[in-house]
Design a protein around this ligand. Structure first.
Ligand code: THU
Length: 128
């Protein structure tokens, strides 16, 4: 399997753009399409805390806004003692586009964990 280093670099770069004045916990994400295109995201917080959007969703919505829905891999980077895991809400949003998406989680020391989305969100909600 590839090492996803390019995608992780893109996620780490996006993390620098995080707007996280409340949590002071910047997160970066990057999705790669089946065709190899990369879209990035960072968390964007709001003074009305519940309006905050996670880095993963920003990356996914950026890809979709560019007409790219065939998402193959999502990378996630944060400064955590262990590789960060995507939150439950983001797992459901990712699942919409590819239940078998690869999820690559990395901390700033380069420690990585790789999952398939359907192992992180078994029995996902679906109407179909
Ligand atoms: N956050 C993400 O960006 N992704 C996640 O998967 C979990 C949490 C953000 C939301 C908030 O801005 C900050 O991390 C602290 O929870």
């Amino acid at each position: 399997m590839e090492d996803f280093s390019g995608l992780l670099e893109a996620a780490a770069a996006a993390r620098k753009n995080a707007y996280a004045p409340y949590s002071r916990f910047p997160v970066g994400a990057a999705v790669q399409t089946a065709g190899g295109r990369i879209f990035t995201g960072c968390n964007v917080e709001n003074v009305s805390f519940g309006l905050t959007v996670c880095a993963e969703r920003v990356a996914v919505f950026s890809a979709v806004a560019a007409g790219q829905k065939d998402l193959a891999v999502l990378a996630l980077v944060a400064d955590t003692p262990e590789p960060p895991m995507p939150c439950g809400a983001c797992r459901q949003v990712l699942h919409e586009f590819n239940p078998a998406m690869w999820i690559v989680c990395a901390d700033l020391n380069g420690k990585k964990r790789i999952f398939r989305l359907d192992e992180l969100l078994p029995e996902a909600f679906s109407k179909f």
